[in-house]
Design a protein around this ligand. Sequence first.
Ligand code: GRF
Length: 216
Amino acid sequence: MAGARKTRVAILISGRGSNMAALMEAARDPAYPAEIVLVVSNRPGAAGLERAAAAGIPTRAIDHTAFADRAGFDAALDATLRAADIDLVCLAGFMRILTPDFVAAWAGRMLNIHPSLLPLFKGTHTHRQALDAGVRLHGCTVHFVVPELDAGPIVAQAAIPVRQDDDPESLADRVIVQERRLYPAVLALVAGGRARLEGTRVVIAEAAPDGALFSL
Ligand code: GRF
């Protein structure tokens, strides 16, 4: 539809921001249903902030160490997102637990990418966890954010084989390639209204290609 408002997205990062860069790159396509209007980091020194600024995206650093508690930080974050008229939040390597109040305020409007095939291997060191468990398939998941860490309705997943000689670094190198492919595809589905939350599950419009939901 000509003149339709694109979904206004904020990306939250803590580090290098390679998933962020993949989302920004996808959003350069005029046909993409979302626009990246803001990048926020809780770490002022995050390399991703410079990367976003170089691409012409407004950035904000909200240093979590300047706040007495999580609620204070989350209130500042919430105010920043509202001031920018954000529709949807994408967590992309954002290493900070959000309060239940903040998550409730953005329920159904916040996505996260996690480097494992959830519900396996929540938390950190997911590649080490996968090796220790001896799984043959590993990968990444994009899901809606709920108060429980690394839980929430799954939108899409991508899997890679685990090789005999893999270590956490080699797994991370192959999973991140899939992350950068999957996240832009999922954001397009959600922003385009083709992925809909129904209770604890995500329902995908029939028109969505399988490749956007899972891959091996
Ligand atoms: C990704 O593996 C993401 O899934 C994890 O942290 C990493 C961030 O990488 N939570 P980047 O900052 O997007 O490059």
